[in-house]
Design a protein around this ligand. Structure first.
Ligand SMILES: Cc1cc2nc3c(=O)[nH]c(=O)nc-3n(C[C@H](O)[C@H](O)[C@H](O)COP(=O)(O)OP(=O)(O)OC[C@H]3O[C@@H](n4cnc5c(N)ncnc54)[C@H](O)[C@@H]3O)c2cc1C
Length: 415
């Protein structure tokens, strides 16, 4: 079978890897960028975090969104404009903001994250891949006693599902992460998930792409995909800047750009590009970086050591496909970070980036065949696409090869 995969982010490449295992298919991966994993898969917070698989849509979120309309310092930011994609997405998102849907979506996300982490470990062992991984847990840190109490209650949803969690007071947090020694008074406590971790998604994706190339997967980089041609409910070709490509099966893994390609062929997926801000700081010998990753839950800033640097990400901005940024956009994040880790990295040499989380209203991705026979989607992993990638790819391969996925794939079906 000739298979074309559109998108060379962590989702496209893990999918190519799973499909290339059998060695019997002719696989081509197409990406507009000259590099593998150049977008969200390159700038994320690096967290492999089943312990943070909570659905975004919850009863308290409408109030937070409302506040973000008139305040600019919030973790959520909305740039109000005429944008059909935004209003449709928001209507579907608000519908999920009740405790029943929030609970169900959280459990579905968690099941995929746990399965995916297991697949990631399996591939890493099988292929001996190094990706600056730190498998020593993550701290979900709370600054005030009130948020800590709520966070502990919240964590029970996942603990009841078998997620290992430990509740730490401030002294125990400092014992766990000595980098917080000087700021003990600012910490109320933390939920520690010992099986979570961090790792460089871009590095992992590059290694996996090399393995794919050894298995004769072809890469067409620097090649923009512009349209799909439909003929008798089948895709007959994909139009690219390098000409037309023909295949038996087409897999769309374009992250936040997926809906732009699918809408003209009548598939209107609610995936919204939720912009995130990503900061990378060099770490020199004089610095005292943290040992493990942390989410500062009161400020919604995630940060982690990543090779010789410190990576921090924050903010969910709804502003369409605008990727612009100014240094002042990063100030709330830097304030939160320096407040906890004043000497962790070189704050004078920041590398600023933005990228889009391909968010669905419910927080779970779309993995499955579409109403067009030979068109398949693996997209919409949102704020957890690095965590969910290897599991999503295995589910995709199982569905394509007519095998039963190892976890229930019904929640990811395109409806
Ligand atoms: C700030 C931030 C922090 C995050 N932190 C975490 C985290 O800690 N843990 C976690 O699990 N997840 C995290 N995520 C989410 C995760 O990074 C994404 O879900 C994941 O990278 C999505 O992968 P993807 O392959 O679908 O998309 P991408 O990596 O965006 O790849 C899509 C690819 O499609 C290509 N493309 C787009 N349009 C076209 C076109 N027309 N033609 C050809 N190619 C095209 C792009 O060049 C790109 O290579 C974070 C995301 C952001 C933005």
């Amino acid at each position: 079978m000739r298979i074309v995969i559109l998108g060379a982010g962590v989702i496209g490449i893990t999918t190519a890897y799973e499909l290339a295992r059998s060695g019997t298919h002719q696989i081509t991966v197409v990406d507009t960028s000259p590099e593998i994993a150049s977008e969200a898969s390159a700038v994320n917070a690096s967290m492999i975090a089943p312990g943070h698989a909570f659905a975004w849509a919850s009863p308290k979120v409408p109030g937070i969104l409302l506040k973000s309309l008139y305040r600019n310092d919030q973790a959520f930011r909305i740039r109000l404009r005429f944008d059909r994609q935004f209003w449709r997405w928001t209507a579907l998102f608000l519908k999920q903001c009740n405790s029943t849907d929030a609970h169900r979506n959280t459990l579905r996300k968690h099941a995929l994250c746990v399965y995916s982490q297991h697949r990631l470990d399996h591939i890493t062992r099988e292929q001996s891949i190094e990706y600056d991984q730190i498998q020593q847990g993550l701290l979900y840190l709370f600054r005030s006693p009130e948020t800590f109490k709520k966070g502990v209650e919240h964590s029970r949803i996942l603990a009841e599902r078998g997620q290992q969690t430990e509740i730490l007071n401030a002294d125990e947090v400092v014992d766990m992460e000595p980098a917080y020694h000087g700021v003990r008074a600012k910490i109320a406590g933390a939920v520690y998930c010992p099986t979570d971790g961090t790792g460089n998604a871009r590095m992992f994706t590059h290694s996996l792409a090399e393995i794919c190339a050894d298995r004769d997967v072809e890469f067409l980089l620097d090649t923009r995909v512009s349209a799909l041609t439909v003929d008798h409910n089948r895709i007959s070709a994909v139009k690219t800047s390098g000409g037309e490509l023909e295949a038996d099966l087409y897999i769309v893994a374009l992250g936040a750009h997926t809906p732009l390609l699918l809408k003209p062929v009548g598939i209107d997926l609610p995936i919204y590009p939720v912009k995130g801000y990503s900061l990378t700081l060099p770490v020199k010998s004089r610095h005292r970086p943290p040992r493990i990753g942390t989410v500062d839950e009161d400020n919604l800033v995630a940060f982690a050591p990543l090779g010789n640097s410190l990576r921090a990400t924050a903010t969910a901005e709804f502003a369409g496909y605008s990727s612009t940024h100014r240094p002042k956009d990063f100030q709330p994040m830097i304030r939160a970070l320096t407040g906890l880790l004043p000497n962790a990295a070189d704050y004078d040499s920041p590398d600023y980036k933005t990228c889009f989380r391909p968010m669905t209203p419910q927080g779970t991705p779309y993995i499955g065949f579409t109403k067009i026979e030979n068109l398949f989607v693996n997209s919409g992993q949102g704020h957890m696409g690095w965590t969910m990638a290897c599991g999503s790819a295995k589910i995709a391969a199982d569905l394509i090869f007519g095998e039963e996925p190892e976890i229930d794939a019904a929640p990811f079906r395109l409806t």
